[in-house]
Design a protein around this ligand. Structure first.
Ligand code: GUN
Ligand code: ZN
Length: 441
């Protein structure tokens, strides 16, 4: 097979940007040599061209090529309720979210929602997502079928709960185990799909259902785990009352044996020092969801405390508590929320924002040997951000002085309209229509 040499201005963060000052790597006239979906060599275009004269060249000049975005917390059934503003978490769940999630018992509805959801990811340049699924097994089979059609990488799981939601969303420990096992056996490791064991949150979980989740993880040790934690003060108080014998919210997952290297806990806004210490000890990650935390008024994420405790942090959109699929917007909101915390906040640089929205997600999912940056050996998962001629962002980029300024402008001003093309494993999964306003309305 003839390799392809992509010629682009590209940026990536092959190292942890919180631990390495030089984590941002930039090639103004770069080349990525790709064969069979894998990056064989990464560097200056002219050197790669000379070394590989027979490679087919794909010109991506203009704009910037970045590693595909990695969203570590996003809800498939919630795409159509984005924008339900003005309610705190528990009120929003009861009146906006759960009625919509109940509609996914209808397979035709679930399929249409899955298609809307997956389109939202790819047209925003997200190539991998840790997806909070549906309560219905049928809707999860549909989700994995549709995800396979798009070519996106997904780590997803059926959501399980057995109390305090609404009866049609409740299951039992026995059924949760049986359906989870069937889904893992059918989908985990098939194509680009992986499975995550997903209790909704301890508020809607008995100890029995957490044990059923743990049984799945013991039987299938390489699956992932995800849930919510410490998002909202009323939620935290309710969990305390429901689990009187437990030390704190984390302890409800910890004692059930659910925490490990492939665990991702969403939000973690009101987390105590003990919990942070234990999250670090178990090497699980926090998914910071700044747009959702702002929209639902959940609070200001203590990023500095997480990092000081040794807890790995990545970013999630939390659609539909969050306000959309754009990881650029999420990065910008993360920056804002650190600014608002004064001395407790951590000033984020453009390199931090790129790291948080790409490589940090790959690390949280334990997939950083395959995706997250443009090093040789990684899959060619990429997003080409190329603002339309005449747009404000195009004007800003034309005058940006340094790569860091360019990156800052992309996060500050970039939107879905700037996503020109997206690849997963070397395959195109999205190309912007010639006239997005006319063709996608
Ligand atoms: N906690 C339990 N369920 C949810 C959900 O759907 N969204 C958010 N943001 N938090 C939750
Ligand atoms: Zn969520």
């Amino acid at each position: 097979m003839t390799p392809t040499l992509y010629r682009a201005a590209f940026m990536h963060t092959p190292f942890n940007a919180f631990q390495n000052e030089g984590a941002l790597h930039v090639q103004q006239d770069g080349g990525l040599l790709v064969n069979g979906g894998t990056i064989l060599a990464s560097g200056e275009f002219s050197a790669l061209r000379a070394a590989h004269p027979t490679a087919r060249v794909t010109e991506l000049r203009g704009g910037v090529l970045l590693p595909g975005f990695i969203d570590t917390h996003v809800h498939y059934p919630q795409v159509r309720i984005i924008g339900g503003l003005g309610r705190p978490l528990l009120d929003w769940l009861e009146h906006v979210t759960l009625p919509e999630e109940a509609r996914l018992s209808d397979s035709a509805y679930a399929r249409a929602v899955a298609q809307d959801f997956l389109h939202g990811l790819r047209c925003n340049g997200t190539t991998t997502a840790l997806v909070f699924g549906s309560h219905f097994k049928g809707a999860m089979d549909i989700f994995f079928e549709e995800a396979a059609q798009t070519g996106l990488r997904t780590v997803a799981g059926q959501v399980v709960s057995d109390r305090l939601l609404r009866p049609e969303l409740h299951t039992t420990p026995e059924l949760a185990y049986a359906e989870g096992k069937a889904l893992i056996e059918r989908w985990h490791g098939v194509g680009r799909a992986r499975y995550a064991v997903t209790p909704r949150f301890s508020l809607s979980a008995s100890e029995g259902i957490l044990e059923a989740c743990a049984a799945l993880m013991t039987e299938f040790p390489d699956v992932h785990f995800t849930s919510h934690i410490n998002e909202n003060v009323a939620e935290v108080q309710t969990v305390r009352e429901l689990f009187p014998g437990h030390l704190d919210y984390l302890d409800t997952y910890e004692r059930a044996g659910l925490l490990g290297r492939r665990g991702v806990l969403a939000h973690s806004v009101h987390t105590t020092d003990r919990e942070l210490g234990q999250m670090a000890a178990h090497r699980c990650s926090a998914a910071h969801c700044p747009c959702s935390n702002s929209a639902l008024g959940s609070g200001l994420f203590p990023l500095r405390r997480h990092l000081n405790a040794g807890v790995h942090v990545a970013l999630g959109t939390d659609v539909g508590g969050g306000t959309g699929f754009s990881m650029l917007k999420e990065g910008l909101q993360a920056y804002f929320m650190q600014q608002l915390q004064g001395r407790d906040g951590l000033p984020l640089t453009p390199a931090h924002l790129l790291y948080l929205s790409t490589r940090a997600g790959a690390e949280a999912l334990d997939l950083h040997d395959q995706i997250g940056d443009f090093s040789a050996g990684k899959a060619f998962d990429a997003v080409w951000l190329r603002p339309p001629a005449g747009s404000t962002l195009a004007a800003i980029l034309n005058h940006a002085g340094s790569p860091s300024e360019t990156l800052a402008a992309l996060f500050a001003n970039g939107t879905q309209a700037d996503v020109a093309q997206v690849w997963v494993g070397g395959e195109e999964v999205y190309a912007r229509p010639a006239d997005p306003l006319r063709d996608e309305s």
